[in-house]
Design a protein around this ligand. Sequence first.
Ligand code: SF4
Ligand code: SF4
Length: 122
Amino acid sequence: MSGLDASAHPCLRCGACCAHYRVSLHWSEAAPELGGQVPPELTEPLRQHERVMRGTSHGQPRCIALDAQIGVYSRCTIHALRPAVCAALTASWEFGEASHQCDRARIAHGLPPLTPADWPAR
Ligand code: SF4
Ligand code: SF4
């Protein structure tokens, strides 16, 4: 991907959190028979009631559903079906306050934390 609009959502130029944290979810989120939407084949067992996105449970996490060059472009290939924990991780200053999870992931990938200036009026 190239030529992203500079005013595009900062996450579309990042992806750091999807390649930093273990992404665990309740097993029912990946159980279609219970209405779960996360594709089960993209997950693996973790603890008794949990599964984890493949690729995120080892030393250098990178979610199997991530299509990204960290810091350049990023997209979640299952965005509408992603686990609740992913939807809950907000980007710093998107909603008026810093997000430590966002900041930590970006710093770990050599990116500066977002600031309010990264959110031009839209
Ligand atoms: S680390 Fe922050 S800016 Fe980067 S993709 Fe995650 S939420 Fe978005
Ligand atoms: S499911 Fe999508 S949003 Fe969640 S960690 Fe994987 S790539 Fe990121």
